[in-house]
Write a protein that binds this ligand. Structure first.
Ligand code: SF4
Ligand code: SF4
Length: 126
């Protein structure tokens, strides 16, 4: 990640088609064991680093539905692997390459977002 979708989400799916990285899936297509909400695949999210505003945030009608999570970088490999094992995420597993964890496949992230914002899972706000 990246960004994370919270329980504030109303499952309107407006964000699904907007993501340039095809990182968002509806609850029906979520890889989680017991999905309730639209889901962001952290191993795919690029935080829309080349856009002024993240596309998902731009179309989302619900304040607080999309929040910051940790950068998907090697420094946060344990964070995402633990989250995967606990069921918070469901990272892709490649037959040969194994788990698509941050150490294996780091993704771009917005350096202007502070660690405090990410630790607090602060809502996106532009
Ligand atoms: S921040 Fe961008 S890449 Fe990440 S889920 Fe939202 S639209 Fe997709
Ligand atoms: S646009 Fe917002 S409310 Fe709608 S599915 Fe996406 S995160 Fe949920």
């Amino acid at each position: 990640m990246s960004v994370m979708i919270t329980q504030e989400c109303i499952n309107c799916d407006a964000c699904v088609e907007e993501c340039p990285a095809t990182a968002i899936v509806s609850a029906d297509d979520s890889p989680l064991d017991d999905p309730e909400y639209t889901y962001v695949k952290p191993e795919k999210c690029i935080e829309c680093v080349d856009c002024s505003v993240p596309k998902c945030f731009d179309v989302c009608p619900t304040p607080g539905a999309i929040v910051w999570d940790m950068p998907f970088t090697e420094a946060f490999d344990d964070y995402y692997v633990n989250g995967h094992e606990e069921g918070l995420y469901k990272l892709r597993v490649h037959k040969k390459k194994g788990l698509f964890s941050p150490a294996n496949q780091p993704r771009p992230f917005r350096e202007v977002i502070t660690q405090e914002q990410r630790d607090a899972h602060a809502p996106l706000d532009f």
